[in-house]
Design a protein around this ligand. Sequence first.
Ligand code: MRU
Length: 327
Amino acid sequence: MEVKAFHWKGDHLLLLDQRRLPHEEVWLELKDHIQVAEAIKDMAVRGAPAIGCTAAYGFVLGIKSGERPERVYEVLRNTRPTAYNLFWALDRMMNAIRSGRDLEKEAVSIEREDYEANKRMGELGNELIPKVARILTHCNTGALATAGWGTALGVIRSAHYSGKRIQVWVDETRPYLQGARLTAWELLKEGIPHRLITDSTAGFLMKKGLVDLVIVGADRITAKGDVANKIGTYALSVLAKEHGVPFYVAAPSSTFDLSVKSGEEIPIEERSEEELKNCLGCPIAPEETPALHIAFDVTPAENVTAIITERGVIKPVNEENIRRCLS
Ligand code: MRU
């Protein structure tokens, strides 16, 4: 059974608290834009498209509470800097209010369109997957990270349900463990064969010929096809290149930021040292040890075999093909 990360209830947003998964399923009742902003910042909800959808609902709640649109926009914007879907969704809500469109309908459309985009990416991406495939994925890009179905995990889902024999290698994804806690949970719920590995196992598996392809999601993609995604993605792309393994990215058009050309221009989120030095509430390093917690990295376009979007597959990845596909 496919899971859902959030439910719009008209006067509040029900949000599955992803920090508590997989051991507890706790739903938060968010009543205003401040609570939605906190949930995004603290990663009760995460994954670029899910952040965009929940911010849109947060915008509706903020306006209903009587707050000024510019203020609601600012509060929700200043939560996480890398995921482009957040800014894309908030800009769309601002445009809606300026042109007098119904805000609630706009947010519901953002959610519905994201779900449809994921289903379409699943179909298109499935054409790239062999009948029998060992697929490595990073972070969580499934129903929990989107309006449903998923981007990279959506392609894996579509391949599985089309009858292909899929085996998924799930990177645990340090330090937040989105792979171990969330991807494994989603795959288990649907009976999709998988096996959890530490992030550093990927290279050895590729060397042994045990990985047929890598597929990941994206938080922001530039005009020339550089891809910001969960820290560790760049290293995977280098390993894939070295071992001749195809490296695919699946992302909806709402993740593309055509205003920036190169990945160097993407703001990269740094999170607290504490998140790195503690694992599920347990200290794992000396308290005084300084740590650097970079949450995303950038994979250059030349390391990406193809980008799967709802509008088509971009291959080879370059500015001309991206603009043609998205126009
Ligand atoms: O820090 P997170 O958990 O929000 O990071 C999520 C990712 O990096 C995902 O790969 C990305 O958002 C694509 S989700 C469909």
